[in-house]
Design a protein around this ligand. Structure first.
Ligand code: GLN
Length: 198
């Protein structure tokens, strides 16, 4: 796959960006951390990792990355957000902290920490038709869910109770869970196909 995708960036302000870099490199992609606007300008796709969206938001604004990121998303840069990364991509947060902003672009409303403090983390097998079999073994860690989504959004996976935990809107891909932590590579493969086609 290397070559057709150019260099894919992983936003490296905070969170588990190293794991994403390892998955992408393992798939043969050229991958680099992105911390500055000049680095963002050099990538043909971007992964926003899991971590803490409130902190990532503050760091992105402090380091002058928020506006370049919004512009890149608006101009069609393929972006894959996992967990906090999905929150960063969401147009709306049902329960933001005071002053919390997102980059937006993804016409979804997410609820942060949707499983409450009793269920900090859990793992479950998910049927994801877009990914195929076997089922996706998904790890949820203080995870958000997608509560509402617009017509341009295709839900890709839901929990047994119907709550959406993976979706795609054009060049944007988002998962509530962390494929990079369970040896699941197929979402990154899908993302690299989106990058190659963009
Ligand atoms: N709860 C975190 C947030 O609101 C996300 C957790 C994660 O990325 N694993 O950003």
């Amino acid at each position: 796959m290397a070559g057709s995708t150019g260099t894919v960036g992983v936003l490296a302000l905070q969170g588990d960006f190293r794991e994403h870099l390892a998955v992408l490199s393992g798939l043969g992609a050229s991958a680099r951390p992105v911390r500055r606007a000049e680095e963002l300008a050099q990538v043909s796709g971007l992964v926003i990792p899991g971590g803490e969206s409130t902190v990532m938001d503050k760091l992105a604004r402090t380091f002058g990355l928020a506006e370049p990121l919004k512009a890149a998303i608006a101009s069609g840069l393929p972006v894959y957000g996992t967990c906090a990364g999905l929150i960063m991509l969401a147009d709306r947060i049902a329960n933001p902290i005071d002053g919390q902003q997102t980059l937006g672009g993804f016409d979804v409303t997410v609820r942060r920490n949707a499983f409450g403090s009793q269920t900090e983390s859990f793992e479950v097998d998910l049927d994801v038709p877009e990914i195929g079999s076997p089922a996706v073994h998904a790890a949820f860690i203080r995870a958000p869910v997608i509560e509402q989504f617009g017509a341009a959004v295709a839900p890709l996976a839901s929990l047994a109770d119907g709550r959406v935990v993976a979706a795609r809107q054009g060049n944007l891909l988002g998962t509530s869970f962390h494929p990079e932590m369970t040896g699941e590579q197929r979402f990154h493969e899908l993302f690299l196909r989106i990058v190659a086609a963009a």
